[in-house]
Design a protein around this ligand. Structure first.
Ligand code: PEP
Length: 253
């Protein structure tokens, strides 16, 4: 089954609204109004509006890096999926390993956030991935299965048609150490097999992105793998030239 490649940038807590808009302007002028590869940037919350402004008229989409599960209420410092939708976001990253590691994100809260994103019709980008210790102690499949089934628990399969999963081995995020294409493909194929148990043949339409030190020089080989349908890019999405080179390489993959 052919799945449209998605190249997504996670800017984390980087780039001011003006600097982000400058990056998006460069992306927008190269990507243009239509693109066979889907392009997404996820700025900080305060950078969303200027990124959207800069993306106007182009196929570059703008998403968020997290959301709360309630639609509104007394949750100081939080933003709901509804607010992100009203701000113009198209996607929301969920369960990034940094959120799991530093902000107490659990399988249960990722599941709640996923339900909130689906409720609005925004596209969820669900991050999963093992630590080095988990991989080296033979727990790779156990961890990935737990993260996927935990996030999707209780959600009707017909609600999950927009789901995007990002496999991001924690040991490859921001380290410059990229998983080998074999390691990545193997993990992606396993994740798809778990999705198949839950979604049946609809799992074949779910895009599974690879994340972890994706750079212009390794993107093409990664994208050439059967179950790798795009990339979630941190560091290399902060510079338009690098991000554009990854987009371009993914077309050849
Ligand atoms: C990420 O933040 O999701 C990520 C993959 O970062 P990097 O590309 O910098 O490893």
């Amino acid at each position: 089954m052919s799945r449209r490649i998605l190249i997504a940038g996670n800017w984390k807590m980087h780039l001011s609204p003006d600097d982000g808009a400058a990056v998006v302007s460069q992306l927008a002028s190269t990507v243009g109004p239509a693109s066979d590869v889907e392009v997404l940037v996820c700025p900080t919350f305060v950078g969303i509006s200027s990124a959207l402004q800069a993306a106007k008229g182009s196929a570059v989409q703008v998403g968020a890096q997290n959301c709360h599960w309630e639609p509104k209420g007394a949750f100081t410092g939080e933003l709901s999926a509804e607010l992100l939708q009203a701000a113009g976001c198209s996607h929301v990253i969920l369960g990034h390993s940094e959120r799991r590691q530093y902000f107490g994100e659990t399988e249960e809260t990722v599941c709640l956030r996923l339900q909130a994103v689906l409720r609005t019709g925004l596209v969820p980008v669900l991050c999963i991935g093992e630590t080095l210790e988990e991989r080296e102690s033979g727990q790779l499949e156990t961890v990935l299965r737990r993260q996927v089934t935990g996030a999707l628990a209780g959600i009707a399969p017909d609600q999950l048609s927009s789901l995007v999963v990002a496999y991001e081995p924690v040991w490859a995020i921001g380290t410059g150490v990229v998983a080998s294409t074999e390691q990545a493909q193997e993990a992606h194929a396993f994740v798809r097999s778990v999705l198949r148990e839950i979604l049946g043949s609809a799992a074949d339409a779910v895009r599974i992105l690879y994340g972890g030190s994706v750079k212009p020089n390794n993107a093409q080989e990664l994208m050439s793998q059967a179950d790798i349908d795009g990339a979630l890019v941190g560091g290399a999405s902060l510079k338009a030239e690098d991000f554009l080179a990854i987009i371009s390489a993914s077309k050849q993959g």
